[in-house]
Design a protein around this ligand. Structure first.
Ligand SMILES: CC(C)(COP(=O)(O)OP(=O)(O)OC[C@H]1O[C@@H](n2cnc3c(N)ncnc32)[C@H](O)[C@@H]1OP(=O)(O)O)[C@@H](O)C(=O)NCCC(=O)NCCS
Length: 154
């Protein structure tokens, strides 16, 4: 249990710096705790080189996903700004895909706001657009943004 609390602390440290407040995508601690309580959510922590972080080591990024029937949805995916463009996100995405497949997923899903720079990373991994919700998100400064859904077969 204390390991999980420590991991949530490390996730929240990344959450605080990785998401642009303009888009309101960061979760609060309660949301993370609730997701992990339910039992169908899984997280991965990335060390500075992208591989699994050692216990107690500060992390560079994390992912949080939710398992459904033969599918796993990536809910949160973030790397701290000072560790970006070094392949950490790419490695984390590959680790997420492998772990989801091991849990029985046959398809990976995710949703992002249109224009997120993560799109090229997702496409390079094999994700393709399967849907869109026009004007789905409202940004802090006002304009509405489309949501795009991507999927990738395992
Ligand atoms: C998306 C995110 C996780 C990428 O992490 P990262 O560690 O920088 O990713 P990588 O270094 O592995 O990038 C791999 C490739 O993805 C693409 N990419 C990543 N960030 C990019 C950017 N800002 N602009 C353009 N391409 C980008 C590039 O092709 C990159 O390869 P390259 O650096 O050799 O050109 C990170 O930018 C982030 O945390 N963003 C804020 C949170 C967020 O929006 N998460 C996604 C929610 S849907």
């Amino acid at each position: 249990m204390s390991q999980k609390i420590d991991d949530i602390d490390r996730i929240m440290a990344i959450m605080a710096v990785a998401f642009d407040p303009e888009y309101g995508e960061a979760w609060n601690r309660r949301q993370i705790e609730d997701a992990l309580l339910i039992g169908n959510c899984h997280y991965l922590l990335a060390g500075e080189a992208g591989a699994e972080a050692l216990a107690g080591e500060p992390i560079a990024g994390f992912s949080l996903s939710r398992t459904g029937y033969e599918e796993e949805e990536l809910l949160l995916f973030a790397v701290a700004p000072q560790f970006r463009r070094r392949g950490v996100g790419q490695q984390l995405l590959a680790r997420f895909a492998a772990a989801a497949k091991e849990r029985g997923a046959r398809r990976l899903l995710l949703e992002m706001r249109r224009g997120n720079s993560a799109e090229s990373l997702y496409r390079a991994h094999g994700f393709v657009q399967i849907g869109e919700r026009l004007n789905y998100y409202r940004s802090r400064s006002g304009p509405r943004l489309d949501a795009i859904t991507f999927a990738c077969d395992c």
